[in-house]
Each structure stands twice: as C-alpha cells, then as structure tokens.
Design a protein. Sequence first.
Length: 569
Amino acid sequence: MNDIRRTFLWVIFGFSMVLLWDQWQLYNGHKATFFPKPVVASAEKPATSNATPADVPTASPNTTPPAVSTPNPAGPSQVPGVATPATAMARESIEVKTDVLKLKFDSEGGSLLHTEFLKYGDLLDSQKPFVLLDESKSRVYVAQTGLIGGPFATHKTPMKFTGDRELKEGQKELTLKFESDDLGGLKLIKTYTLARGSYALKVAHQVVNTGTAPAAPQLYVQLVRDGNKPEGESAFYSTFTGPAVYTDAKKYQKIEFTDIEKNKAEFEKTTQQGYVAMVQHYFASAWVLPANTARENFVRKVDANLYSVGMITPFNEVAPGQSKTLDTTLFVGPQEEKMLEALTPGLELVKDYGWLTVLAKPLYWLLDRLFGFLQNWGWAIVALVFLLKLAFYWLNAKAYASMAKMKAINPKIMEMRERLKDNPQQMQQEMMRIYREEKVNPMGGCFPIMVQIPVFIALYWVLLSSVEMRNAPWIGWIHDLSAPDPYFILPVVMTLSTMLQTALNPAPPDPMQAKLMWIMPLVFSVMFFFFPSGLVLYWITNNILSIAQQWVINTRMGVPPQFNLPKFN
C-alpha cells in the first residue's frame, strides 16, 4: 500500500511540474508547451478578400489635428473625410527585386503587400522562397502608413509611382517613390530606399504643404496581420506569434491575439524610443521611428480575424509652401541576431529566448563562434554541448560519484527491503541508518544536475529560435536542422541512448519508482520524433557524453558499470 501511495505521489509530482512549466511559459508570454490554449474561433478562419485592412473603420480625420490619444488608424475602404482626387489614378501592383528580397507594393497608399526571402526556402517546399508579408485568400499580413489629423493621404489614397524595379549588378541601393495628389492642402511623398543585402527598408515620409494655411498632421505606421498560425507550425512545441512593443521603460512586451480580442492587451502606450513588431517563428517585421521621437503605440482588433500594431507620431507644423520629412525604417526579415542588434536597440529580442535570455544570449554567441570555425551548424552544436559538458565536468563527476555509491549499496538496500517489507516504518529507519554509515546522500546525484537544467533549457531555446538552422545541413540525410529527421534515425538513436543512460543509473529501491524511471524517458523520447533535428542532435550528444563520463567515474570508483533492466512483471 505504501508503494502505491508513493507511486501516486510521483505521478502527481511529475504532472504538477508539467503544469507549472506550462504556466511559467504563459506567464512569460509563450504559448503553453504541453497544453496550448485553443486560439479564438475567429482566428482560425482563413482571411478572405472580404476581410482586408481596407474595410476597417479609422479615426475620422478632422480639419484640426486630433490628439495622439484619438482612435488609431486601421484603414477604411473609403476614409471618412478624405477627398477623392479629381483625376483617379489607375491602381497598380509594383514588383521590386533586390539580391535578398522580392517585394510587391500597391500604388494605393504605397503599402507593402508581399515579401519573399530569396535566401530562405519555404518550410513546406524549400525550392520556393519563404513568404512573410502577403495579401491573399489564405493570408493577410501587410505594412501600411498614412496621415491623420485632416483630410490627408492615407494608405487607401491612390499614389503615383516612380523609380526602378530591380537592383542591378553593381548597384548598392534602389529607390522607389510614391506621391499622392494634393489632399486637404497637403501632398504626401513616400520614398523607400532598399540597400543591397539588407532586410531593412528606409521609408522617408515627406509632407508638402500646398495650401494657404499651416498644417500639423500625424503620421501612422502599422502592421496588419490575421490571427492564423504560421503555415507548417509544429503541434509538439509552441513558439510565439503576434504583436510586440518595445520601449525603454518596459522593454520587450509581447501581446497575444486573444488579449487584443478581449481588450486586455497591456503595453506602454506613449514613449520616445522603441519599435512595434509582428513576430513569428524565425521571422519578424517591425516599424522603427528615430530615437527621441514622441509616439503613441497602439494595438487593436480591426476585423473578425485581423489585428494591427502600430505607432502614431506628430509632424511639427508645416507652413504653406514648406515641407517636412520624417524618416522611418521598416524591417521585414529573418531573426538573425547580429543583424537585428545593429538596426536598433532591443530589436534582437524578437528572437525570443523567454526568461532564460541572460543564459541564452552567451550560448548563441558561443554557438555562432563555433560555426565560424567549423562552418557547419550540426558540428557546431556537437562542439557546444562538448564544451558545456567540459565546463560542468566536476559538477557531473560529483553527481555520478553519488550515483556510483548508491549503486554499490543497492544490494544491501534491496536485501533490507525484502527483510522488512511488512514493517515500513522500521524499513525507513534502517535505510537512513545505511545511508549514514555508508556516507551516501540519496539526493547527491540530483543537485548537480538541477544546477545545469537552466543552461540546457536555454540551449534548447537557442536551437529552437535560431533561423540559421533553417535549411542548414549536417551530414548525409540531414539536410535541414530545423526540420524533423525524415527517416527518424536520430530520434531512434536518442531513445536508445536515453534507455542506455537509464540502465546505467542505480535502480530505485521502490519497484514502482523503478518502473516510472523507465516510462518517463520513453514518453519524452516519443515527442522528439517530431522535434527539429538540431534539437535531437544536441540531446544525443549530451546523452553520449553523459554515458561516457558515468562509465569512467564508475570504473574509477571500483563499481563496475552494469545495466539495471526494468522488471514490469
């Protein structure tokens, strides 16, 4: 009876740890790892041509500029108060290509509607370039800007396009210009500058006062996205998808679509620093304003399955016949840490390591240095795990030494348990006496391992979050370290190595605990059949090095390694 109670306690303890981990993930803005909450029903519906940013009501522009706290723009099909140009311009789709990007702009508002990354393959078909921004029947994800505070040009205003459409050989930059007609006495000119090898688009917004009275419009920049999960996302691990706001005061603030749905989104509204972003696994988009520029951050639900995040910032008063320019940056690209760090402070946090960032960042730095030397991400993972095991060698040695002592006295413990099986209280007292006489701490093997757990969880997030793993080969059949092993060879090896490591550990005196010691690793091994190959490789390397160290320590202590096979009878 005592064994059964203890078994139930172990099961409850293990399940509680899983639930605690999930709640910790949710607390830090992640989705739950094991029990993800269902997305709101509206977010599961595919976006349709009838649910675009163009159909969303916006702040009604007035002749006098509204305060920054007015409702945020999200784009109507016909913006109230915006005059229609006398001469309608034909709507045009402008395709532009650089060495790393293929883009599609809309002459209506000069909005960015489609981005393809020429150096990153699609998750489901690596022969096709990865698409981030898109406006189609299955996806709405666009970048928009415009003016409010009067009947001025918005992202729904027809504009005239001028500029080149392809970055030619030897050319360093490509310039695109979108110019509106005179609306409300103001003309808006958007100038995109695309640089070779860059995913950051410089966007200059020039306001020209063509009227007879001074005007002080406000500029809005926003990212509009549906609430659907990214295509091909794994059901076995969760990564964050949704808006994010970064400010100096509150740093990186992730916002769940469900919180926007319930009007419970919490973030810093006004600031003079930072950015707004839309984040998903491996890729992100972000609007960045110059430092020390006053702005209001906003997020909102703009339709049944559309959400926006953006900023509003005021232009200083523009006198008649004068013009003023406000420079912004639109980033659309992969979460390459060094590139993000160079763009603006805090942007690297869209590559989200969660609460273990302080450990994860140096681990990534070391991994990146190892890749620079080995030129193979797979071997860099192996080398990193080897260095970590080396760093923790003496800590592990103490743990394995404690396990070896436990294994040495295990026959004595088993004999005592059999002799006193009808007297649990005396059995417990006798067991503690043996531990004292043999100078064995039953928890001695646990503490050193517990100290290392945060480091290896941080490494897990580094490998899961690093876009460098996408389409990165290792050896032979492993052509993509971010994808599961197509032949399940690595997961099988990992399962076998886990079983071998379990067999080398001393069997718990309690038979039910001994069975659980085998069942738990097998259950978790099944999950790894669907994990990225890079993660499985890291775990295999860790297992093999642990087995080797345990074998050596046991042999040195005069405790010959032996396999403790499970007994399920």
